[in-house]
Every structure is written in structure tokens, then in C-alpha cells.
Design a protein around this ligand. Structure first.
Ligand SMILES: N[C@@H](CCC(=O)N[C@@H](CS)C(=O)NCC(=O)O)C(=O)O
Length: 205
């Protein structure tokens, strides 16, 4: 049985959505990031990096949303969360998820969730840097209604994490980001995504 360690509304929701979209058999355990549960010896024994998500599998723990999503896609091929027959298409998908993990997530995370919170010009600068990355997604990286074009994939729930945070912060301006707004609405309309939002005690934004 797979077990996902997650924190509600945090980036682990990408893996949670991947599991639900795949129709996987899994259980979840909530890690309270605000209470510092990610730094307890019990959780550090699961993920020594002290972050969520972590996915416990029969062969050991997988960390990083991009890796968990690729594992779920490959172990549940009927769900078609990735084009597993085309190495180029799979690499493009991995490139997008890698960009989310290494570029968009750190930028919006710094702007919104720095501890202590950023203020004044430092916050303004961090927001501008993050918005330039949303510009890149809006103008260059989205291949169609879904991230990869005509077909839904494991990248869509992952992108939703960050468009959701941006919309909640009032940063996802409709005129500047029409495609990202439409994508967020599309992803949130999926039954699997609604089940995950409910399970995490969240609502569509
Ligand atoms: N690139 C990593 C990011 C993991 C990450 O930073 N998770 C955050 C929540 S969005 C976390 O657990 N932070 C807890 C902490 O830094 O103390 C992934 O995709 O898994």
C-alpha cells in the first residue's frame, strides 16, 4: 500500500492529485508544517530533508513531486498521466515539472511564505521575480488548454499548486494571465481534484 505524507494546501497536493487521478490504492498522513512536525525525528526518518511530500512505497520512500508523479504515472499506465511510449514527450513533461520544482516554486514560495515574511521593497521585488516566471508559463510553456497541449497529464495538478497560491494572493491577474486562469479553472473542475481538495479540507479558489 502506498502512503502519502502531505500538508494541506502545500505542494504535496500535486502528488495527492496524481494518486487520485491514477485511481491508486493509497492512504495519507497529514504532517503539520506550522507545528514543525516535518522536523520531528519520526518524520525525518521518513524524509531526512524535512519537507513534504514523501511517498512510502513497498520498495522505500520517494520524495519530490516530480519523481512521485513520474512513479505514479509509470505504475498506473492506464490513467495516462504521461505519454509513456514517447521518450521525447516524456522528457518535455519532465522538463516542465522540473521547472516548476526548481524555478516557479522557489520564486513564489519566497514571495509568499518566507519566514520571517518579506516586507516592503524586498517583498515587491520577490513578487516581480515570481510574476516573470508566471509570464514564462503563460506565454511560452503552456502547449494548449492542458500543459502538454490537448491531453491532461501529471503536470496539470502540479502547475495548479502555484496558480492556486497566486490567485489566493491576488496575483493571478486575468488580463495578464488569461491562459493560466483558464487552466486553473479547468484543473479545479476535475472530479479527482475536487476529491483531493475535499480530503485536504480545502475549496476551489
Ligand atoms: N521540490 C520539492 C519541494 C518540497 C517542499 O519545499 N515542500 C514544502 C511545502 S510546499 C515543505 O514541506 N516545507 C517545510 C519546511 O520547509 O519546513 C518537492 O516538489 O517535493
Amino acid at each position: 500500500m502506498l502512503k502519502l505524507y502531505y500538508s494541506p494546501g502545500a505542494c504535496a497536493i500535486a502528488s495527492h492529485i496524481g494518486l487520485e487521478e491514477a485511481g491508486a490504492t493509497y492512504e495519507v498522513e497529514k504532517i503539520d508544517l506550522r507545528a514543525g512536525q516535518q522536523r520531528t525525528p519520526e518524520y525525518l526518518a521518513i524524509n531526512p530533508a524535512g519537507v513534504t511530500p514523501a511517498l512510502a512505497t513497498p520498495r522505500g520512500v520517494i520524495t519530490q513531486n516530480a519523481a512521485i508523479l513520474a512513479y505514479v504515472a509509470q505504475t498506473h499506465p492506464d490513467a495516462r498521466l504521461a505519454d509513456l511510449d514517447d521518450p521525447f514527450a516524456f522528457a518535455r513533461l519532465q522538463a516542465f515539472n522540473g521547472w516548476l520544482a526548481s524555478s516557479l516554486h522557489p520564486a513564489i514560495g519566497k514571495a509568499l511564505f518566507s519566514r520571517p515574511p518579506l516586507e516592503g521593497p524586498a517583498k515587491d521585488e520577490a513578487i516581480q521575480i515570481a510574476l516573470q516566471k508566471y509570464d514564462l508559463a503563460e506565454n511560452h510553456l503552456l502547449a494548449g488548454a492542458w500543459v502538454m497541449g490537448a491531453d491532461h497529464s501529471m503536470a496539470d495538478g502540479y502547475l495548479m499548486v502555484f496558480t492556486r497560491w497566486a490567485r489566493q494572493a491576488g496575483l493571478l491577474d486575468l488580463a495578464r494571465f488569461p491562459k493560466l486562469n483558464a487552466h486553473l479553472d479547468l484543473v479545479q473542475s476535475r472530479p479527482a481534484v475536487q476529491r483531493v481538495l475535499n480530503a485536504e479540507g480545502l475549496a476551489a479558489v
